[in-house]
Design a protein around this ligand. Structure first.
Ligand code: M6R
Length: 612
């Protein structure tokens, strides 16, 4: 969360930084700011609450000039989104400027000490103490790199920080402590860049050096020096990223989210490409560095939508590979001293590859001796760098904050992994494996059918249901996580409260919520648990509830039982969660559009959650 972008070189810095911040806006969009130092060592800051457009307008009215600039797009942790709390933050002399991603866990204590020493603060943020700490050390005669290094040693928590000093206009310092989102240096010719993540750098350079935790870079327009935070000099590990710049275009769609939903057949195809072999039929995952005999248990780690995907993945792993598998909330796993060993496969799933809790949970599993595998959509991300091996989702860039195509592709990768391990372990016969290869190969076409069904229905539903104050979503088996995801999608973009649960759970409390103003979305596909779902639907109807069923196309019988229906094409059982996700996404999307919400950048959220 929070995006950092810095530039040093020969161009006018402000527009380069602003364009970099645009590529990072998915990390936070509560406020934004930029600081520029001109050739005479004068530093000026512009910042503005709200989305980046506000800062752009401010810079049009009050331009900045200079070839060294540092910017930030914020997701608020301490202090409301406001001009004063926006980054960059400066010290009392106005000479040290800092942008920051992370939480200074001991900021109250540090602020009290600095205040007692005469420092005055103008914001409610934890970040503002950092330029003051640096200034105090500069005043004691330390060089800028040394002052930054010593200030960093005082901070508790995980951080990515970049800073400049008006007295050193051609130097920028970037550092990383722990896993509060990454920070990377980009190498140009006569110009250098600093950014929170690699995709933000790619339109400018593919030559990058990501900082590892505990590293600091001293960047000038000509290059950079790297050191450990204990002061030891190290060589910058430069790498060339083989990834094209993000094509951030909506392709004729009104929103990125809609574009990304519509892209799902194509993104599933990209995920399957070269992973399905037909003679003989099998799933090929060359990326895996371990054999089937090495693994006795699988632990999936993820957060949010991705955690719901892992719940599907864990069920698939048990069913196909007959390996005990659990789906863990990474933020809980990392603090509970979990039991892992060398026969445990810890699979960290993260579309961004930057989610702090998932990265830390993987790290903990690795320390416990587990084998580690990342499933991510971003090559070069922290998840990839921290794991033994990676299975890329190949979903293409996802700009909308609400995950859609990466949700489907995460489940698809886990399906392939489960089928691959199942076949390799002998839990699946050749014939079983062939059936799964056939099923997986049908997914792109079936996703296309799912997108074509229900034309015009979503808009009608949005008009009739948008006034509901809360929703319940019910599902069973592989579709229980899809009910939870349906509820999450609806809450995050329509701001209507929704709860998703295993259908049988409803009787244990939530049934008290049922009334004619609480629509219940019941996922009742024609699967092994269909009749159980019909029982749950009857329980809702018997209490005067309103039911929208998600049903298998052709199931005419269900229409008589419920108030409204959304259809899903008939499909092989293990494709059902991926196909049922589509109407859930479109339902939430049309509700949010009907309510006039900002679908791509919903309030309070960020695309990658790099603080815990
Ligand atoms: O990048 P990740 O997959 O690790 O993100 C995890 C969650 O923050 C994410 O799935 C979030 O819940 C979604 N954006 C919701 O649509």
């Amino acid at each position: 969360m929070c995006g950092i972008f810095g530039y040093l070189g020969y161009r006018d810095a402000a527009p380069v930084v602003l364009a970099g911040l645009e590529r990072l806006a998915y990390r936070g969009y509560d406020s934004a700011g930029v600081a520029v130092i001109d050739g005479a060592g004068r530093m000026e800051v512009r910042k503005s609450a709200g989305k980046l457009a506000n800062l752009t307008q401010l810079l049009e009215r009050e331009p900045l000039s200079g070839t060294c600039g540092l910017g930030h797009t914020r997701w608020a942790t301490h202090g409301v989104p406001s001009d004063a709390n926006a980054h960059p933050h400066v010290d009392g002399t106005g000479e040290v400027v800092v942008v920051h991603n992370g939480i200074v866990e001991n900021y109250i204590e540090l602020k009290a000490r600095l205040t007692a020493g005469g420092h005055e603060f103008t914001s409610a943020t934890d970040t503002e103490i950092i330029p003051h700490l640096i200034q105090e050390l500069l005043a004691r005669g330390h060089s800028l790199p040394e002052a930054v290094r010593l200030a960093a040693a005082e901070l508790r928590g995980a951080h990515a920080i970049a800073c400049m000093h008006a007295g050193s206009p051609e130097t920028m310092i970037a550092l990383r402590i722990g896993n509060a989102g990454g920070v990377s240096v980009g190498f140009g010719s006569g110009e250098m860049f600093v950014a929170s993540d690699l995709p933000a750098l790619l339109p400018l350079t593919t030559s990058v050096a990501p900082l590892e935790p505990g590293q600091m870079a001293i960047v000038t327009p000509e290059g950079c020096e790297m050191l450990e935070l204990d002061g030891t000099r190290i060589d910058a590990v430069r790498q060339t990223v083989a990834m094209s710049p993000i094509a951030a275009a909506k392709g004729g769609h009104r929103h990125f989210m809609l574009k990304e939903i519509m892209e799902q057949p194509e993104s599933a195809m990209s995920c399957l490409r070269s992973r399905l072999t037909f003679t003989p039929p099998s799933v090929t995952l060359d990326e895996l560095p371990f054999g089937p005999a090495d693994i006795e248990r699988v632990v999936f780690l993820g957060m949010g939508t991705t955690q719901y995907a892992t719940r599907v993945g864990a069920r698939m792993m048990e069913q196909l590979a007959r390996l005990p598998a659990t789906a863990e909330d990474a933020s809980e796993f990392r603090y509970r001293d979990p039991v892992v060993d060398a026969t445990t496969l810890a699979v960290g799933v993260s579309q961004s590859g930057e989610t702090a809790d998932t990265i830390e949970a993987m790290h903990l599993a690795r320390q416990g001796g587990a084998r580690t595998l990342a499933i991510t959509n971003v090559a070069g991300s922290q998840a990839e760098r921290g794991a033994e091996a990676t299975l890329l989702m190949h979903a293409g860039p996802e700009i909308g904050v609400a995950s859609t195509k990466t949700f489907v592709n995460s489940m698809l990768v886990m399906y392939l992994l489960a089928a691959h391990l199942g076949h390799a372990r002998g839990a699946l016969t050749d014939a079983d494996a062939a059936a799964h290869v056939d099923a997986a190969s049908r997914l792109p076409a079936l996703l296309g059918e799912a997108l074509d069904l229900n034309q015009g229905i979503y808009e009608r539903f949005a008009a009739s249901y948008a006034r509901a104050r809360r929703f319940l979503f019910l599902g069973r088996g592989l579709l229980d996580p899809i009910a939870r995801e349906g509820a999450l999608k609806l809450k995050e973009i329509s701001y209507i409260h929704a709860e998703g649960m295993a259908a049988a759970e409803m009787k244990h409390g939530p049934i008290a919520l049922i009334d004619d103003e609480t629509p219940v979305v019941a996922i009742a596909l024609r699967d092994a648990l269909y009749e159980k779902m019909l029982g749950n639907i009857s329980e809702v109807k018997a209490r005067g509830g309103v039911v929208i069923a998600l049903a298998t196309a052709g199931d005419d019988a269900i229409e008589a039982l419920v108030d409204d229906v959304l259809w899903v094409p008939p499909c092989p059982p293990l494709l059902a969660p991926m196909l049922a996700a589509v109407p859930m996404q479109l339902f939430a999307y049309h509700m949010a559009v009907h309510l006039g919400n900002d679908v791509d950048q919903p309030r309070n959220l960020a695309k990658s959650v790099t603080v815990e």
